[in-house]
Design a protein. Structure first.
Length: 209
């Protein structure tokens, strides 16, 4: 059963406050999102399995631990998820990177996949799907669906800010997926923005409107 993990480390909370501030410009916003992704990756990978190996230090032979088990993959949901990739890779540089792009059909309002490129061995990897905002949960749930259809069996969802509505949607559709967030906010407004949130993450990352 998937769990919701709220990462309350002081450094994460401090940087989250800075990106919420409407006076924070695109350059600083991008840097902070990258730093937050790095800090969150530390918590997201906390349960990676270890195995014991023997090495030789300059002083003596020693038994030590290295990561074992599943290889990792990082999959940003385009476009805002791109802002979190470099931060994740600084901590887990051997991870492969996939990409998934979705848009909402204006008539049916259902998410439609327009781009998906994943590591060829996706079924053997633990995938970390990243998107700064988990609002309605529609895009995240659809992205998980599309990725599962390609054989993925182990998935975590990582976002900076989540709304209760988005968490409920992902928990309902994908009870096997753990959700990691730096904050769970109050609600969604009538436009689908998280309140208090931070506005449109993609626009703030890339300086668009």
């Amino acid at each position: 059963m998937g769990k919701v993990h709220v990462l309350d480390h002081p450094l994460i909370q401090h940087k989250l406050t800075l990106i919420r501030d409407k006076e924070t410009g695109s350059k600083e916003f991008r840097e902070l999102v990258e730093e937050l992704a790095l800090l969150m990756a530390y918590e997201v990978t906390r349960d990676l399995p270890l195995k014991e190996v023997e090495i030789e230090t300059p002083v003596a032979k020693a038994k030590a631990k290295v990561i074992s088990g599943k290889k990792l993959g990082v999959v940003p949901i385009l476009r805002a998820g791109l802002g979190m990739v470099d931060g994740m890779l600084k901590l887990i540089p051997a991870a492969k990177v996939g990409h998934i792009g979705l848009y909402r059909d204006p008539e049916t309002l259902e998410p439609v996949e327009y781009y998906c490129k994943l590591p060829y061995d996706v079924e053997e990897r633990e995938l970390i799907i990243i998107d700064p905002m988990l609002a309605t949960g529609g895009s995240a749930s659809a992205a998980i669906d599309f990725i599962k259809q390609r054989g993925a069996k182990s998935i975590k969802l990582v976002c900076l800010i989540a709304a209760p509505e988005g968490i409920a949607r992902v928990e309902q559709d994908h009870p096997d997926v753990d959700i990691f967030a730096a904050a769970v906010d109050e609600r969604l407004n009538e436009l689908g923005y998280i309140v208090p949130g931070l506005g449109d993450a993609g626009d703030r990352l890339f300086g668009t409107k």
